[in-house]
Design a binder for this molecule. Structure first.
Ligand code: ZN
Length: 251
C-alpha cells in the first residue's frame, strides 16, 4: 500500500453505513477512483455533506492496486464550484460532463482529459445561461474526442468523397462518420446538413457556436453518439434530466 496524492474532482458521493461515504473522484494521475471516507457523515442532524459535487482539489489516499475502493486520507478543495447547485440547468449540464468521464471509467491517468473536464465544469458554473447549451456542446465534444471517438466529417466513410456544399449527409454511428447522399442507407443515422456539419466540426474543436442552429437537436446527436460509443448502449442519465430542463427558448 502506498500513499498517493493527486489533483481530483469529486464526481459522486453516496452514504455508506451510518457514518461513512463512498466518494468517486476523477483524478489526474489514476483516472476514476472510489474511496471510502469514514466518519465524514455526521449523524444527529448536522450537515452531512462535507464536499459539494464537482469540487476540485488535492486528494490524498492509501492506494492498493488490487482494490476497487481505496482508503481516503484527506481532500483539500481549492475550487468549490458551489455556483453549479444554484441553477438546475448548470448542475445538469455539469453532470453530463461528469457522467461521461465516469461511464468511460478510465483507470489510467490522463492529465489532458482532466484539464478539459475541469475547464468544462468551471464553464458550466460561470457561462451566461442563455448560451449554456452551445457552451456545453463545445466542452462535451472535445471530451468525446479525447476519449478517442471523433466522428469523421470530412469525407464519406463508404466512398471517401467529401460531401458537397449543399449536400445532405447522414452520420453513421457504427461506421463512426458521414455517409454521403449516394451511400446512404435509408433511415440509418441522423441527417446532417451543410450548416450542421460546419457547426459540429467547430464544436469538436471546442469552438463555441453562439448562433448554434437547433441546439436541442445537437444535444440529442451528441447524446446518441455517446450512448452508442461510450456508455454501452445506455443513455447518460444526466442527459435525460438535462433535456427536461431546457427552456423552450433554447429549442
Ligand atoms: Zn459516399
Amino acid at each position: 500500500m502506498s500513499i498517493l496524492s493527486t489533483s481530483a474532482i469529486l464526481l459522486r458521493s453516496h452514504p455508506y453505513g451510518d457514518t461513512s461515504r463512498i466518494l468517486r473522484f476523477y483524478t489526474e494521475t489514476c483516472g476514476v477512483v472510489g474511496v471510502v471516507a469514514r466518519g465524514v457523515r455526521a449523524t444527529g442532524g448536522r450537515r452531512s455533506e462535507p464536499f459539494s459535487t464537482f469540487c476540485q482539489g488535492t486528494l490524498s489516499l492509501h492506494h492498493r492496486q488490487d482494490r476497487d475502493l481505496q482508503t481516503f486520507r484527506e481532500f483539500w478543495p481549492t475550487k468549490q464550484r458551489t455556483g453549479l447547485a444554484r441553477h438546475p440547468l448548470r448542475l445538469a449540464a455539469a453532470s453530463v460532463l461528469g457522467e461521461l468521464v465516469m461511464r468511460h471509467s478510465e483507470a489510467e491517468g490522463n492529465p489532458s482529459l482532466f484539464g478539459s473536464l475541469s475547464r468544462g465544469l468551471s464553464a458550466m458554473e460561470d457561462h451566461p445561461l442563455d448560451s449554456l447549451l452551445p457552451r456545453l456542446l463545445a466542452e462535451l465534444w472535445p471530451l468525446v474526442v479525447e476519449l478517442g471517438y471523433r466522428p469523421l466529417l470530412e469525407h464519406c466513410v463508404e466512398c471517401g468523397r467529401p460531401p458537397g456544399e449543399e449536400e445532405m449527409a447522414r452520420l453513421d454511428f457504427a461506421a463512426g462518420g458521414l455517409r454521403c447522399s449516394d451511400c446512404q442507407v435509408a433511415g440509418l443515422g441522423p441527417r446532417l446538413g451543410p450548416r450542421a456539419r460546419l457547426q459540429l466540426g467547430a464544436l469538436l474543436a471546442g469552438n463555441l457556436q453562439e448562433e448554434l442552429l437547433r441546439p436541442r437537436a445537437h444535444l440529442r446527436l451528441a447524446g446518441d453518439f455517446i450512448t452508442y460509443h461510450i456508455s454501452g448502449g445506455e443513455p447518460l442519465r444526466s442527459m435525460a434530466i438535462l433535456h427536461t430542463l431546457i427552456p423552450d427558448s433554447h429549442a
